[in-house]
Design a protein around this ligand. Sequence first.
Ligand SMILES: C[S@@+](CC[C@H](N)C(=O)[O-])C[C@H]1O[C@@H](n2cnc3c(N)ncnc32)[C@H](O)[C@@H]1O
Length: 332
Amino acid sequence: MTWTKSSTAWPSRRGKAPSRRPCNSGRGDHVTVRKVLANAAILLAGGVDPDAADVGLGERFNPRLDASLLLAKTLGLARHRLLASLSDQVTAADATVFDALLSRRLAGESVAYILGSREFYGRPFLVDHRVLVPRPETELLVALALGFLDSFAAHYGGPLRCHDACTGSGCVGLTIACQRPGLSVSLSDLSAGALAVAAANIRALQADGELLGAVDCLESDLLAAVPGTYCLITANPPYVDSTTTDVIFSGGSVEPRLALDGGADGLRLYGDLAAQAYQRLVAGGALLVEIGEEQGAAVAALFRQAGFRDVGVKQDLADQDRVVIGYKHEAD
Ligand SMILES: C[S@@+](CC[C@H](N)C(=O)[O-])C[C@H]1O[C@@H](n2cnc3c(N)ncnc32)[C@H](O)[C@@H]1O
């Protein structure tokens, strides 16, 4: 299957990256931002012009974008300011710093890990090797959750509580909390390391004034240790089958295996998650989960087995099945 959680993995051609110094600057010659970017993009593309039509780098791999993000970080500029500074000179000191970042990218590390941050739903989220790098397609899960919360709030008299399981960096639950101040949000994950990253994101978003309320984080196998009842439960569990996970790791991925490996068929956690969520939802509440594009029918069946009604499979912008939603009926 085409797998989207591998989007930051380095293409196999990286092994052929040229060995010369990445940026070729800082030798007393005058090297511009434009030249440094062009050289770096070619290096990242394995020594070929990244704009050539037949390079075949894959839809997610963008050497020019990677180079500009790393150089913007080096120069302490926003990316749009970098692109307005193409004729400026790059100093020898900055070239050395940039070379170090570029070398890490050439060795296969994702840009998000090198920068320590990835934008999700318009906000920066801290990331490191303890968490999955947030993917753009996961924004659909957030958008659908917000839509559900708005319609639910219109007729619900109780406190609005939302829980995000398998939270990783916290990008899903914390975005919901930022978008809907006043909502009570909690997060959980099996990984203590991931929860430390989520806690750092809570502090950063609070410091930026994006997150107004407190958010609880707790260690839990799915929802086993999660107390209370909720209007909404979200989760983006690991859903890559183990064989594909092995292939991804042999290709150089350094994301946590716990964040990717969903067992033999990728569906290992969905049945237990649906059963546990059903027990914790108030009447009319909903469970929303992200899925792999070939898992819609299977996950929907697991939702129905757990008691969910009106189960639906939603498509992402690429028209791929991406989210399953189920409701706990009023009468249940
Ligand atoms: C695909 S990542 C999703 C991270 C984040 N929610 C996102 O969308 O970017 C899956 C997360 O589930 C966590 N996880 C794996 N097995 C789990 C389990 N049995 N119970 C709770 N969390 C688990 C992993 O540690 C990882 O952080």
